[in-house]
Unconditional design. Sequence first.
Lengths: 146, 146
Amino acid sequence: MTKHQTKTNELEVELRRAGVRITRPRQTILRILSETDDHPDAYEIFRRASAVDSSISLSTVYRTMKLLEQRGAIHRHAFEGGPSRFEHAGEEHHDHLIDVETGDVIEFRSERIEALQDEIARELGYDILHHRLELYGRKRRAVGKR
Amino acid sequence: MTKHQTKTNELEVELRRAGVRITRPRQTILRILSETDDHPDAYEIFRRASAVDSSISLSTVYRTMKLLEQRGAIHRHAFEGGPSRFEHAGEEHHDHLIDVETGDVIEFRSERIEALQDEIARELGYDILHHRLELYGRKRRAVGKR
DNA sequence: GGCCATTTGCAACTGGTTGTCATCTGGATC
DNA sequence: GATCCAGATGACAACCAGTTGCAAATGGCC
């Protein structure tokens, strides 16, 4: 019951230490993000936040997302044909497989792909700042089974 | 001088055969695409088209891009933080390295990365419909020089 | 050349996001 | 605790890329 509370506070304390004002809306949003392990968009975060504090505005959600992104606390993903979706940072870097039928996002990581990317960039004379790898797919039905 | 003309006509004839009406605006846009080997966005195509036929509207450019995309004649790329950019299809599949300073796009292809992607998707129980791999980087300056 | 389904240009609209601004508030200071 | 004010907020207008409704124009088959 105090589990999430604790998680929230970690980030909260960190931000506070960095001189970021922790206002009520921000606290609410931080809590929601800490309780989340999907990839909600701004409106979905707004919806969840509204349930807790109905006075929160969508603008504030957007502003807070931008702030947190700049602080490196969350990552923004612009999957194709939709609004930006967010996830809290912290876990190691990974890429995404998006289920085109449900919108579900599956995270994966491949050291070999990462390494190949660096190699390619080096050959082309570039330093990679970041990259984006998204697979768009459909769940495979087991063959021979219903 | 008839070089581009020829290239345009190939696609034009192909579309015509498929029952697509080749109107003047479409002809102009097709010519521009055939003369292009960068990755212009809709507005840039509109700009170039306007120079040839000032009556063309941006709506028509968007509508034509959508049509050509559906016909598989061009590919649409939504690189981060900008409008969709297009390139004529035909060459084999490739990925992109975007120069974050200039916006230049460098195409590359890695069989090994392609293969790894398929492998990963298979392991996760998915069939890949398509994917997106973009590297964002900055040109490396030669060490010790300049 | 005539016909009519399609396409066009224009303007109004959309969805996601950012900007403006008057008001409010966190938290440092007393 | 009460005071204060830079910075944050909510309401809403503006923005941008892209889409759509509509009346007028046109491609291409007869």
